[in-house]
Design a protein around this ligand. Structure first.
Ligand SMILES: NC(=O)c1ccc[n+]([C@@H]2O[C@H](COP(=O)([O-])OP(=O)(O)OC[C@H]3O[C@@H](n4cnc5c(N)ncnc54)[C@H](O)[C@@H]3O)[C@@H](O)[C@H]2O)c1
Length: 399
């Protein structure tokens, strides 16, 4: 038998997502009679204890009989059970200082830690992630903010909806004014934003036409890395080369600041990649963008006016384009920034189901194979010792 426990999220503030929904647990047990689930009760999980009970999944505070424990966020050190195999997002692989004590405890307690973030397909693409629903919520929030700012229309906040289906119902009959939206990126976040464009019937326009034309209806364009960056020396773009040497590329976004009302930013970014525009560009009269949904969300990162995270309850702040200071949002001359860092928590039931689907399809069988390379490559600690791939964390845990 394989006993799997779904742990309660204990990190503050409490996360409301879960690795498997009640229906997914039910489905797995039906098709894998050798597997059992136990769920630790939780008052803040997006699926209630009663929903698990109704699906025939037992609840128990005590998970000591489970070999595998599934969570989402980091587990507080004092809650870690010795000798268990844990899967969660540990945020330790970049030696994050705030998680050092947790990893030290994992090693002391002979725990095996498999990090979701390190589970990748053969081509290096990540198997698990919440980006799609971050994109959905981010795009919605960008549109909602623009509606509030201009007073032209109203949208309901996503977290007031029970789930994505209810959100889609709100879209029936929604009529948006003519507005121009730029979406950046081509990953899961971008896919989520495109979903919202499709649901609202916002029309795609190729970038070169978007730049010069005006439209009587809402439109969007998408800028992928190939359209955003050019190598300084020969004005070409090669994906492989860009990933290796992004500092050798210029960003070509600038013309779009004069032709765009809402920017939905979903690119991959690190500090070597040039920002989309500068503070000086922002202060110019021809800067047209009124709202930025910065889903990528790096403080002073790809968007210089990202002055830090906002929250689901208070998602938008204004930025004065001249003083560079944070202000109240929705003022006539502010640039309004939506910089929520945990967007999928606004649609936790759908985000959890999507996550669980990927986990079921691509990880579940691997977990039961003793020689799985996919699992091995994501195993940071095995029975209380760092694995070879993660040996580079030794100085971090021994500091
Ligand atoms: N605000 C939120 O709640 C939230 C939630 C999820 C993700 N995010 C952020 O959104 C951004 C995009 O996430 P995603 O899920 O779409 O990512 P993804 O992994 O699905 O896609 C990233 C894109 O960037 C490209 N890329 C990958 N490595 C790269 C490199 N080294 N250099 C340049 N490009 C590279 C990939 O080819 C892909 O097109 C990330 O910064 C992520 O942290 C934010």
């Amino acid at each position: 038998m394989l006993h799997i426990g779904l742990i309660r999220e204990e990190k503050q503030p409490h996360d409301n997502r879960v690795a498997f929904t009640p229906q997914q647990c039910q489905w797995i047990i039906k098709h894998n009679p050798q597997v059992s689930f136990t769920v630790q009760p939780s008052a803040w999980r997006c699926f209630t204890d009663d929903e698990y009970t109704a699906a025939g999944i037992p609840l128990s505070e005590d998970l000591s009989h489970c070999e595998v424990l599934l969570g989402i966020k980091e587990v507080p050190a004092e809650k870690l059970l010795a000798g268990k195999k844990y899967l969660f997002f540990s945020h330790t692989r970049k030696k994050q200082p705030h998680n050092k004590h947790m990893l030290q405890t994992i090693l002391q307690r002979d725990i095996t830690l498999i990090d979701y973030e390190c589970l990748v397909h053969e081509d290096g693409q990540r198997i698990l992630g919440f980006g799609f629903f971050a994109g959905v919520v981010g795009a919605h929030n960008g549109l909602l903010t623009y509606g509030k700012k201009t007073g032209l229309y109203n949208l309901v906040p996503v977290h007031r909806c029970h789930d994505f289906k209810e959100l889609i119902n709100h879209y029936f009959g929604a009529k948006l004014p003519p507005l121009k939206i730029v979406i950046t990126g081509s990953g899961r976040v971008a896919a989520g934003t495109l979903e919202v464009m499709g649901l609202l019937g916002i029309k795609y326009i190729p970038p070169e036409e978007f730049l010069i034309n005006t439209y009587a209806y809402p439109v969007y364009t998408q800028l992928k890395a190939g359209e955003l960056y050019l190598r300084k020396t020969d004005k070409t773009y090669s994906r492989e080369d860009f990933h290796l040497h992004p500092e050798q590329y210029d960003c070509r976004f600038l013309p779009f600041v004069t032709a765009t009302d809402i920017l939905m930013n979903g690119i991959y970014w690190d500090h070597r990649i040039p920002p989309l525009f500068t503070w000086n560009d922002l202060a110019k009269d021809n800067f047209r963008i009124k709202v930025i949904a910065d889903i990528t969300d790096d403080t002073n990162g790809s968007i210089p006016s990202n002055l830090g995270d906002s929250s689901i309850d208070d998602p938008v702040y204004g930025v004065d384009r001249h003083t560079r200071q944070q202000t109240a949002p929705y003022l006539p001359d502010t640039l309004d920034m939506m910089c929520v860092s945990n967007l999928p928590n606004e649609l936790p039931r759908d985000a959890s189901q999507y996550f669980g689907d990927q986990l079921m399809k691509y990880v579940f069988d691997e977990l039961q194979r003793p020689d799985s390379a996919v699992v091995y490559n994501a195993t940071i600690a095995h029975n209380g010792d760092l694995t070879e791939r993660f040996e580079y964390l030794r100085d971090y845990v021994e500091e």
